[in-house]
Design a protein around this ligand. Structure first.
Ligand SMILES: *Cc1c(COP(=O)(O)O)cnc(C)c1O
Length: 468
């Protein structure tokens, strides 16, 4: 298996290159040059397997055997999911007659990002150990991604991680999930600035080539192919549990960067019979406008009750676009350039029409989101988080079509206690392993929003430079 860039002017790469470099040099995203295929028999054979066994089968064709042998891969996957707190890893709960919720929040940080990042962390460490190299991960976060990345990298022998977050601008639970991790290779930086300032500093560090080489800078952001791969597996798991390939299925996905729903699309390209994906958006509805009205134009990002979906430019969408444009990298590059320059995607009506058979979209505002949280609690006793509620609401707005409907629950309700309490009057409790989170000591370095200051801090603490 080789990987090509969605912008077409990077030579084909191995999984190893794609894992370690993240983004292609031409600015594109990596995708496999062909989709591995699972036959109906292969899919039927998944049903009795454990979560880790299914993941191992799904990701095997994407990773060279010379890089990770079969025994190592099974061990890596086993280790990646060993920190999840539910025996089924991703359990299904029935919501009503034809709707199920797939709980993707039993990982260490209570959000679905753990599924991809836990696997990525172990894979990185394995590959780096084999190469005798160390890497320095730097990232900026406004919430969920930071803690999931830290949990994935903590205590790994060949990695240091530096996470920048805007001081005073992330929720207390989100901050504490980062700052209470006291592993020696984890550095939390509370920046006197905004999330955009954090992101600009990280970009400036990557643009500083001497620094990049000195420290072996790398990222674990959502454009890394390995993250998509790690998420594709739970679509197979859920489908197998629901009777695939002999059942008709549709998925409802709370969407921001388009990484989660794209992973489902990959499962379908691999042969999993999924009839429909419903992209669920909050008031930041650029994807809704694309799929529903054939228009993709950027507006301002507005804060909502589902902050992890407060996004206007969904980076992984480019991967779908690549297929919608018949894998013509030059055409994708030109379209993305126009999109960035003009704020509107050329030819989006045609692309949207091509996507329509498979993708639908729905949108919920904050009021509707609270109504869904309330009514799900009234009807079933379940507490759901606001991101999950947007997808449940999307399912309610979509006419039933005889498919079994699977809604992805992307965060634990206790991660967003204010919204849940506002809707139901009940403040959801953190699960036992985090119950004392609010009492644990915190560790973070507060730094000024100044490139030299942050650069000096990273250079002084990263251990990669001494190893090389
Ligand atoms: C990141 C995130 C999303 C959005 O997922 P994408 O892959 O970016 O579309 C939805 N819900 C939660 C809780 C998240 O953390």
């Amino acid at each position: 298996m080789k990987y090509v860039s969605t912008r077409g002017s990077t030579p084909k790469q191995s999984f190893e290159d794609v894992l370690l470099s993240g983004l292609a040099r031409d600015g594109g995203l990596f995708v496999p040059d062909a989709w591995p295929q699972m036959s109906a028999e292969d899919i039927r054979a998944l049903a009795p397997l454990s979560y880790a066994e299914i993941v191992t089968r799904i990701v095997r064709p994407f990773i060279e055997v010379e890089l990770v042998g079969d025994a190592d891969l099974a061990r890596i996957v086993e280790q990646a999911y060993s920190g999840f707190r539910h025996p089924e890893i991703a359990p299904l709960q029935q919501l009503d007659e034809d709707t199920w919720v797939l709980e993707l929040f039993h990982g260490p940080t209570l959000a679905f990002k753990d599924f991809a990042l836990q696997l990525l962390g172990v894979l990185f460490d394995h590959v780096l150990g084999q190469r005798g190299e160390r890497l320095t991960i730097v990232g900026a976060t406004s919430g969920d991604t930071g803690s999931a990345a830290i949990e994935a990298c903590r205590d790994r022998a060949n990695l240091d991680i530096f996470m920048l977050f805007p001081e005073g601008r992330v929720s207390e639970v989100q901050r504490r999930q980062m700052t209470t991790v006291t592993s020696e290779n984890v550095y939390n930086v509370a920046l006197r600035g905004t999330f955009d300032d954090c992101q600009d500093l990280v970009k400036a560090m990557f643009a500083d080539h001497p620094l990049r080489d000195l420290l072996g800078l790398s990222a674990v952001n959502s454009i890394n192919w390995a993250r998509v791969m790690g998420q594709t597996a739970y679509y197979f798991v859920a489908a197998a549990r629901m009777g695939a390939p002999d059942a008709r299925l549709s998925f409802f996905v709370p969407t921001g960067n388009f990484g989660n729903v794209y992973a489902g699309y990959v499962a379908r390209q691999m042969g999993l019979p999924i009839e429909k994906f419903v992209v669920a958006s909050n008031r930041n509805d650029i994807l809704y406008r694309f799929f529903d009205q054939g228009d993709m134009s950027i507006t301002d990002v507005e804060p909502s009750l589902s902050p992890s979906m407060d996004i206007q430019i969904s980076s992984n969408f480019e991967r779908l676009m690549f297929d919608l444009m018949d894998r013509d990298g030059a055409a994708v590059a030109a379209a993305m350039q126009a999109f960035r320059a003009e704020g509107s995607l050329p030819d989006s009506a045609r692309l949207s029409a091509d996507a329509k058979g498979l993708f639908l979209a729905q949108r919920l505002d904050d009021e509707e989101t609270l109504d869904v949280i309330r009514s799900v609690h009234d009807d079933t006793g379940m507490l759901i988080d606001p991101h999950t509620a947007v997808a449940v609401g999307a399912a309610r707005k979509t006419p039933r079509d005889g498919t079994r409907r699977i809604v992805l629950a992307t965060a634990h309700p206790a991660k967003f206690p204010d919204a849940v309490e506002k809707a139901t009057g009940i403040r959801p409790a953190l699960p036992p392993h985090l119950a004392d989170l609010l009492e644990r000591p915190e560790r973070a370095e507060t730094l000024d929003n100044d490139f030299q200051t942050v650069r000096d801090y990273v250079v002084a603490h990263a251990t990669a430079r001494t190893a090389s």
